[in-house]
Design a protein around this ligand. Structure first.
Ligand code: FE2
Ligand code: FE2
Length: 351
């Protein structure tokens, strides 16, 4: 084995590691999540049919599902450019899933070190294994596509901030609420949008695991926050605000994914001029035309992330003012979130 240090990136963590010698279990909810986590392990090598042909030059996502395709500018592009855009955009999005899953693998492992309860450690160990399987399955799939794109700068920043946080509750907020809120929405939308059976099956398997991960955030983090001193709770609330702000910054830069180098490479590979595209996006916005994806898609902020943060007490009276100043609405309705977490997402029929 020879480590490739050129592709490695080293971070330092101030996290406290916690032994726990009280092996009594007093949270049945966590114990149940641990049991389900153990029983629901699937195997990308054993349970999926990798002989399914994948043509990376053909769109793997229903073309009507890309928000940008609603632009007249986009429709005026030559067919070959539009097709190249879909193929590369799919590779870009799935590459973000791949890198994000590696981040999830490491944050779950860090939680295993840091959470102060025995049943908490057992549960996050299952999440660590889940995330390892997710990295594996997306790597296997992405390697069949046009190319592997680099990790988006905003996603890297968000996960780095989470990985180098000094308290386990911050890690759980950054990963199990913010990043996984985003991921859960993307996976659900991908499941609806994809035209590839193998990708749909992968996404369903991942979703089934993710529903436990989001439920963990609710079950465990809420109790952790309730036990904190008020000053520490405000520190957590500031972390939650900052994490959401990183995400909001990404959204503000628009559906064109801002100046993310990976996205610019998608455009270059599709021979679409980035300045022309940005101009078309701002014109559409100025005229009040929507370039959002279809409305049946789940909205990460509104439906998942913000309600999850509010529910566990990570948004305080004081931090609400920060959200208001930053013009980020504090959505509170948890109904979609609750319908997604720890629920079987349809019947999974692996081969
Ligand atoms: Fe995952
Ligand atoms: Fe996860």
């Amino acid at each position: 084995m020879s480590t490739n240090w050129e592709t490695a990136d080293i971070l330092k963590s101030p996290m406290e590691i916690c032994w726990q010698f009280d092996y009594d279990i007093d949270s049945d909810k966590l114990k149940n999540l641990y049991s389900k986590g153990k029983q629901a392990q699937w195997d990308a090598e054993r349970d999926l049919d990798w002989s399914t042909p994948i043509d990376p030059s053909r769109p793997l996502i229903d073309e009507t599902r890309f928000g940008l395709e609603q632009l007249d500018f986009f429709q005026a592009q030559p067919k070959k450019n539009r097709e190249a855009f879909r193929a590369h955009m799919t590779a870009y999005q799935l590459s973000q899933f791949l890198h994000g899953e590696q981040g999830a693998l490491m944050t779950a492992a860090a939680l295993t070190h840091a959470v102060p309860d025995y049943e908490g450690k057992l549960y996050v160990a299952t999440q660590t294994m889940d995330e390892a399987r997710h990295v594996e399955v997306y790597e296997k799939y992405v390697s069949k596509l046009a190319m592997v794109y680099p990790m988006g700068t905003w996603l890297k920043k968000l996960i780095d901030v989470t990985l180098t946080a000094d308290h386990w509750i911050k890690i759980a907020i950054g990963m199990n609420m913010v990043v996984e809120g985003l991921a859960l929405a993307s996976f659900h939308n991908m499941r609806r949008r994809t035209t590839c059976d193998l990708l749909r099956k992968i996404t369903e398997g991942v979703l089934r695991d993710e529903s436990r991960h989001v439920a963990f955030g609710n079950v465990y983090v809420g109790e952790g926050i309730a036990q904190l001193h008020e000053d520490d709770r405000e520190d957590i609330a500031d972390f939650a605000f900052d994490a959401v702000k990183v995400m909001a910054g990404m959204r503000e830069r628009g559906s064109a994914f801002g100046g993310d180098p990976g996205f610019l490479k998608v455009l270059a590979n599709a021979e679409i001029d980035q300045n022309d595209l940005l101009q078309a996006v701002s014109e559409a916005r100025a005229e009040g035309r929507s370039i959002d994806p279809p409305s049946d898609q789940i909205h990460a902020f509104k439906d998942l992330m913000m309600p999850a943060l509010v529910r566990v007490g990570a948004v305080t009276k004081r931090s609400r003012e920060r959200f208001a100043e930053a013009d980020i609405p504090v959505w509170e309705d948890p109904s979609i979130l609750e319908s997604l977490e720890d629920s079987e997402t349809g019947t999974l029929e692996f081969n």
